[in-house]
Design a protein. Structure first.
Length: 216
């Protein structure tokens, strides 16, 4: 692991981790970064309502110790809060998703109200946006493809579609759903076009190019 600390969180911050991973790091299943910017790292086991079961299955490490055990965590430096990432061991790739809620409904309501109050763009931060699947993946291997949005579409019904440069022009592609706010945090250069009206489409020629209104 590089001597430069890869994550924004305090390396001595405690993380909850599945005890099975301490003996078998290859059993990594998924991670969650909660709204407090705290990590939960699992072998695939979910937290239980039974405190005793959780004590048997999970323990605490410092974030530094977790990254030493699982260096692929360093690739998630830009992961926004409220997101999860499933680990694909064959492809050495993280697959991102938006967390839909917790067991504390009152807290979920409070946090959602805060998110909506702070949102400065069209739609709502918790709207599900469609995004080309390549943009929801973070590879950790030596080959790092360009991860940037090429096209932003505001459909007539107000929904959003984001297409990455990994998608060839005029070809079909698969999409995943992410919270609109998470797309904006993963790819902050789209924020300047998040005031698009329904029916408008923005394109750009290069990952660092200017957005051009091409429809609507």
């Amino acid at each position: 692991m590089s001597t430069e600390w890869p994550l924004r969180q305090d390396p001595e911050a405690p993380v909850i981790i599945a005890l099975a991973l301490v003996n078998d790091p290859d059993a990594l299943g998924f991670v969650v970064l909660d709204d407090e910017d705290d990590w939960f790292i699992s072998d695939g086991t979910e937290l239980s309502d039974d405190v005793l079961v959780n004590r048997e299955s999970f323990g605490k490490l410092s974030l530094r110790e977790a990254v030493e055990l699982l260096p692929q965590l360093g690739a998630l430096a830009g992961l926004p809060t409220g997101m999860a990432a499933d680990w694909d061991p064959e492809r050495r790739t993280w697959l991102l998703s938006s967390v839909t809620g917790s067991d504390d409904e009152d807290e979920d309501v409070r946090l959602l109200a805060q998110r909506r109050a702070a949102w400065k763009y069209e739609g709502s931060p918790d709207d599900e946006a469609q995004i080309s699947s390549g943009l929801t993946e973070i590879p950790t291997g030596p080959q790092q493809p360009v991860r940037a949005v090429r096209q932003v579409v505001r459909e007539q019904d107000g929904t959003w579609l984001f297409v990455g440069f990994e998608v060839p022009e005029a070809e079909d592609f698969e999409v995943e759903g992410l919270d609109l706010e998470h797309v904006a945090n993963l790819y902050p250069d789209v924020r300047s076009v998040l005031r698009a009206a329904p029916g408008q489409v923005y394109d750009r020629a290069t990952p660092d190019g200017d957005w051009e209104l091409v429809e609507g």
